[in-house]
Design a protein around this ligand. Structure first.
Ligand code: HEM
Length: 246
């Protein structure tokens, strides 16, 4: 870029999208941090009471994460044009052509300018959203099967109770009022869900590393301010971005 080319400012991310992004970053980091401790509870010598506290904290952060994610999914239909699913997910008319042009341009150091996510960025957003949605779903189910938290805690208590009139006696890590056979069934139901939750934790960490690296590399190569845009809502270009519709 020569010093004489004029930089023009373009609005891209609306306020809801920016708030979603940073609440998501904080809650996911919190979930990963507490999840890592839960995963290593045994070698760390954490007691059952400690585990219950950690799981409760994890689930409380999880609720913030789920509500924020649910609102973003609604915003994908009603947000500004750059926040909508049509703009952030791969696919649609001409998508493969956009990918090829972007890749060819990127190799030569002259990638086409995109105001919203570039065609490769859209693949990453799809992968991240898919993993986050499954983490939210599996997390909400296991919160019910383990510490009996909403939305499924009461249903799970009713499933494993010996006496349906005394559901309050069922408490985390206690056998009181728990039917052993039914509890075994419930644990078998929960086991693949916990496994999925754990596997996706590793996949999510890998995706986050690629996502952050890609954002930094793109910011350095294209110099459009894609990272600061998540704070300010604005990017800068010398030529008109191909997805801009003033
Ligand atoms: C980005 C999202 C999330 C990540 C990365 C994450 C990560 C983890 C990890 C690593 C563990 C330990 C797994 C194990 O002990 O085998 C865990 C456990 C757990 N998570 Fe999450 N989690 C997420 C979201 C949620 C949500 C939204 C909820 C519920 C609201 C939730 C509820 C739980 C519960 C109850 C456990 C304990 C499972 C057990 O008994 O071992 N998680 N999570």
């Amino acid at each position: 870029m020569s010093g004489q080319e004029l930089l023009k400012e373009y609005k891209v991310w609306d306020r809801t999208t920016r708030w979603f992004h940073w609440i998501n970053v904080l809650s996911v980091l919190g979930l990963i941090a507490v999840g890592t401790v839960i995963l290593n509870a045994k070698p760390l010598g954490i007691t059952n009471d400690g585990k219950i506290e950690l799981k409760t904290l994890h689930v409380l952060i999880g609720y913030v994460f789920c509500i924020n994610l649910a609102w973003r999914l609604v915003w994908g239909f009603i947000g500004n044009r750059y926040a909508r699913f049509r703009a952030i997910l791969p696919g649609g008319k001409g998508y493969m052509k956009d990918v090829t042009e972007y890749l060819n341009g990127f190799m030569k150091g002259e990638a086409p300018a995109w105001l919203g996510h570039n065609p490769l960025g859209r693949l990453m957003i799809a992968a991240l959203l898919a993993v986050l949605i499954v983490q939210a779903g599996t997390g909400l189910i296991i919160a019910g099967t383990d510490i009996y938290y909403p939305p499924f805690g009461n249903k799970i208590k009713a499933w494993i109770a010996q006496d349906q009139t005394q559901l309050d006696l069922i408490q985390p890590y206690s056998k009181e009022n728990v039917d052993e056979e039914k509890n075994k069934e419930m644990r078998a139901f929960r086991s693949p869900i916990v496994e999925t939750h754990e596997t996706l934790y590793f996949l999510l960490i890998a995706l986050i590393i690629v996502h952050v690296a890609a954002a930094v590399i793109t910011d350095i190569r294209e110099r459009n301010g894609i990272i600061s845009a998540m704070f300010t809502g604005r990017k800068f270009f010398t030529k008109r971005p191909c997805d801009w519709q003033g």
